[in-house]
Ligand binder design. Sequence first.
Ligand code: AHM
Ligand code: MG
Length: 342
Amino acid sequence: MATSGDVPGQIVTIERFILEQQSIQPEATGVLTNLLYDLALAGKIIASRTTRAGLIDILGNTGEENVQGEEVQKLDKFADRTIYRLNDHTGRLAAMASEEHPDLIPIPDRFPVGKYVLIFDPLDGSSNIDYNVSVGTVFSIYHRKTQDGWGTIEDCLQKGRELVAAGYFVYGSSTMLVYSTGHGVHGFTLDPSVGEFLLSHPNIRIPEQPKYYSVNQGYQRFWSEGVRRYTEWLQGQDGSRKVLSLRHIGSLMADFHRNLLAGGIFYYPADAKDPSQPHGKLRLLYEAIPLAFLAEHAGGYASDGRQPILDIQPTGLHERTPLFIGNRDLVEKAEAFIQEYG
Ligand code: AHM
Ligand code: MG
């Protein structure tokens, strides 16, 4: 038997935590619980690869196979396959949608279909991998809207207000999982020595005093007048507010995670840089909606500059949206500038 001194008093594993969360929802059947376990496992498997990024060139063969005889895959494809394979056969899902796939991913007909849909970006910011910069996975879970049979696009194109759960993994100096089922936002850190996610950040709330603003300022000349003036306001150029520091990694999960814990705003506005993407780069379904859900449940807010992200009705799987996300007052100020100056 463990005695005091052997183990710290309050170690809460993700399994225990998710189970306890289930017990506060009397109608819960355990399906969501198991789906979240599967995602936590996916995160561990992906983390085991991201920490070895770059070694494949040293340890692997020069051809198409690595030392284990496995096909060498790009990490984003590997992350995508991992999430798919852990979830295609469980009977918990009616369909999946991934940023890596142009269309809906159906459940194979040899497996049962379930009542949820899973939407994910398997490895966001993967262009950063070559430079040893943090990357992330982000996911959303909805109840299906259709009654039975295979899930459809309609099951995926739901407003963020309908979300059942959302979360992300950030593969950084440690691997973290942050998720919410609408009862607080909770963070877990992977202890690689035991392979468990342990509760490290219960009930995260965005600090009221923000520290950072995060934006790719290299695109400034493509911004609208409102976004330019808003950025000057954040910088305290009119003397009306305390100066915020600029922090921008260019990897959304890492940028969002830092601002969630430290307070601040991240934005990727609509810009005129690429006429084929007038709404900016980020995807409504895969990136903006799940992070907006987490921001709101942590006391923050997310907007496309004119309306709450969670109120937008998605019309396509890969639709893009401007995104302003972080402390509520900072996001509302962005809306005010855009309202006034465009
Ligand atoms: P991706 O989904 O193709 O990885 O792109 C999303 C990433 C985000 O992580 C990040 O915020 C953004 O691209 C950075 O884009 P940019 O280099 O245009 O600032
Ligand atoms: Mg992405």
